[in-house]
Write a protein that binds this ligand. Structure first.
Ligand code: KG4
Ligand code: ZN
Length: 361
């Protein structure tokens, strides 16, 4: 299968955590379809993602999600150039559903498969649906990726040249939000609930320790802050009223966003890059957006924040990252993923030389 001269069009599939998603996107970041089936309600009673439940829910919804995304195509999938799928990092049982679906779909349509790293996709999602805020962005830029599973700073020199600058030593930022929210009885996911309460609270009401205070470098640490909130509640009891709850949330959020935005700006200064991109679910946080804006203005940096749909887990970012990789000639089978292919050169193991499938024993 030779890539087209025009921008390749890919189906993207994402199932690494608790969203089952499919999208159709080209290598210019034009989004034809972007479908997300969220499992938030399923995991809410547990205060976090339950891996086994996530895997089953992906299996139940993936066919419908892909079918919904394909409706955007004028002719049933004929013009797709490849299928991109998240191969990691993520929950193993969750990932395998997307990967196996992508392999089977690609075999049925005789399309190549492109393997996509979920974190790289988050960092490139800023190029989707480019508007006035993001259209002037080129490479390099610094990406702050803050989600439920990851918190790290990267220098993005090109789509295939991404360098890790520093990451959290313990909890991810979203994880800290979710754990503090659970402690305060605010439900799951905790980020949006704390964010909303923080807007009504006094950020100086409760003194909380600043993570990594006085430590140079670009690492984060959030578990001490989470423990400090737990200690505060143990000593003083649960917040007595709505205002006390809002004050505690605002105090927690202030320390979180100062750490995130402060280190992100320090990273830009350290590597001499003038563009900062926020990525991941925590980039939806209003406090983080405002603080990053303030610090970037003071440091003469340009801040780029993708729309929320591009920040949280989605398949458009997977399809886009896959489309760029596809255009560079990357194929999942060259990277060790066993694909089912009609092309003998790309076939691995499971087919007889005449092309018939070798059944499982
Ligand atoms: O990127 P994402 O959708 O999923 C992954 O973890 O990959 O991020 C989800 C995380 C959750 O921890 C959630 O609490 C957090 O992002 N989050 C927020 C906000 N919205 C979502 N955290 C702080 N403020 C928000 N407004
Ligand atoms: Zn993610």
């Amino acid at each position: 299968m030779t890539p087209r001269a025009a921008s390749p069009l890919l189906l993207g599939i994402e199932s690494s955590c608790d969203e089952t998603a499919a999208a159709v996107v080209n290598a210019e970041g034009h989004v034809l379809a972007d479908v997300v089936a969220s499992q938030i309600a399923l995991h809410a009673p547990y205060g976090g993602v339950v891996p086994e439940l996530a895997a089953r829910a992906h299996l139940e919804s993936i066919s419908q999600v892909v079918a919904a995304a394909l409706k955007a195509l004028p002719r049933a999938g004929a013009e797709l150039d490849a299928v991109a799928v998240t191969t990691g990092p993520g929950l193993v049982g969750a990932l395998v559903t997307g990967v196996e679906f992508a392999k089977a779909f690609a075999f049925a349509r005789d399309l190549p498969v492109v393997a996509v790293n979920h974190l790289e996709a988050h960092l490139l999602a800023v190029h989707l649906r480019r508007d006035a805020d993001t259209s002037d962005l080129g490479y390099p830029y610094v990406g702050l990726l803050a989600s439920g599973g990851h918190t790290a700073l990267y220098r993005v020199d090109a789509p295939d040249r991404i360098v890790l600058l520093g990451q959290t030593r313990d909890d991810a930022a979203g994880e800290a939000y979710d754990k503090v929210a659970k402690l305060l009885g605010l439900g799951y996911p905790g980020g949006p609930a704390i964010d909303a309460l923080a807007a009504r609270g006094d950020p100086r009401a409760v003194e909380l320790p600043r993570p990594m205070l006085g430590k140079k470098g670009l690492e984060f640490s959030f578990s001490g802050l989470k423990t400090a909130v737990a200690r505060h509640v143990e000593r003083r009891g649960a917040p007595a009223d709505e205002q006390a709850l809002a004050d505690l949330c605002a105090s927690f959020q202030r320390v979180m966003v100062d750490a995130l935005a402060g280190r992100a700006v320090a990273a830009c200064e350290q590597v001499g890059v003038e563009d900062l991109v926020l990525a991941g679910g925590v980039a939806a946080n209003t406090g983080l957006r405002a603080r990053a804006q303030e610090l970037c203005a003071a440091a003469c940096l340009r801040l780029h924040i993708p729309p929320i749909a591009s920040c949280t887990d989605n398949a458009a970012m997977i399809a886009y990252t896959g489309a760029l990789a596809f255009a560079r000639g990357e194929r999942a089978d060259d990277q060790g993923l066993q694909v089912y292919s009609r092309d003998p050169a790309r076939r691995r193991g499971r087919f007889r030389p005449d092309g018939t499938l070798i059944p499982h024993r």
